[in-house]
Design a protein around this ligand. Structure first.
Ligand code: VAH
Length: 318
């Protein structure tokens, strides 16, 4: 059995469905603070209401399911974290400790925990950011990712826990909305384009950020977790990348399909967060160690996003 904590989030909802297609629906337990809204997630396998800060509930989950793997995705993201710094630190760090300790106590075979390009900061080299480099994150979310990476490596080195991690770029998908991130504009822009609305972008037009289409992110996560342990040389968190683009470029990519789509730029507090992150990532370690090889570029993603969002809107409209 596999436990997915944060299964109703942007990544969690798609990763749970992917894991269910691999391990069988009954063998992947979706856990989150509230039940899933998506019908396919809700109807395809077991759901448990879990607050990752409640160690008693986590212990009950283990005795009920005896899971062999845990994907711990529950966290407060960058923009929301800046509004509630202390809670973001508590949820992101105590949640991770609870999962690492549960896994250690019950000898859970493999643990997955996501880091992010947010672990880098203003002094980090912004082009082709190396796997090992300066890290001075200045968001609570980024600090929690930097600290979390150090603790994952510690649990591996000191206790032999097989915990694995990826530094995700911004993730884009059509099945679930993101929650409280700085890269969320890159999902919302597609919805607004299809609704024929002018898109108000909260980042300036030339804000380059590393990004990835959800199918690539899912494949990277599964490939990392299925790789033999001896291939995993990086035990804090692997750099991971597929493309980088700016709001101006994604708008232009959309206009190839929807010529009269319009965008206006109204940078807000998230601009400072984006300006502290890398613009492109060197993910050669992931490529060498476990064969990382992304498939989607901006135009292919745009086509797939618009086709699938249109289909979903027509189905819901019926
Ligand atoms: C965020 N989507 O914006 C997340 C992610 C790299 C960005 O960590 O906070």
């Amino acid at each position: 059995t596999v436990l997915v904590i944060g299964a109703c989030g942007q990544l969690g909802s798609e990763l749970t469905m992917e894991l269910r297609s691999i391990y069988g629906e009954a063998n992947v337990v979706a856990a989150d603070i509230a039940p899933p809204k998506q019908a396919d997630l809700r109807d395809s396998g077991p759901f448990e209401k879990v607050d990752v800060l409640d160690t008693n509930v986590l212990a009950e989950m283990y005795s009920k399911y005896k899971f062999k793997q845990i994907y711990h995705l529950a966290a407060v993201l960058s923009a929301t974290g800046e509004k509630n710094p202390k809670f973001a630190w508590k949820l992101n760090m105590d949640g991770l400790f609870n999962v690492l300790d549960l896994a250690l106590e019950h000898k859970v075979g493999r643990v997955y925990w996501p880091s992010s390009i947010a672990c880098f900061g203003p002094s980090t080299p912004r082009q082709n950011t190396p796997q090992q480099t300066i890290m001075d994150p200045n968001t609570v979310y980024g600090i929690s990712k930097q600290a979390g990476e150090r603790w994952c490596e510690y649990y591996f080195q000191k206790y032999g826990l097989d915990v694995r991690s990826l530094r995700y770029p911004g993730l884009i998908g059509y099945k679930a909305l993101p929650g409280g991130g700085t890269t969320d504009y890159a999902v919302d822009i597609y919805h607004k384009a299809l609704e024929g609305e002018t898109f108000e972008c909260f980042l300036s037009e030339d804000t380059y950020l590393p990004m990835m289409y959800m199918p690539d992110a899912l494949k990277a996560t599964i490939d990392l977790m299925h790789a033999p342990a001896e291939q995993i040389k990086v035990r804090d968190s692997y750099n991971l990348s597929a493309m980088s683009f700016s709001p101006k470029e994604v708008a232009a990519s959309i206009q190839k399909h929807i010529p009269d789509f319009e965008i206006v730029y109204k940078p807000d507090s998230r601009q400072q967060i984006a300006d502290s992150w890398p613009q492109s990532i060197d993910d050669s370690a992931a490529r060498q160690d476990w064969g990382w090889d992304p498939k989607y570029n901006l135009d292919v993603m745009t086509e797939d996003m618009l086709v699938n969002l249109k289909k979903m809107k027509e189905e819901h409209a019926v």
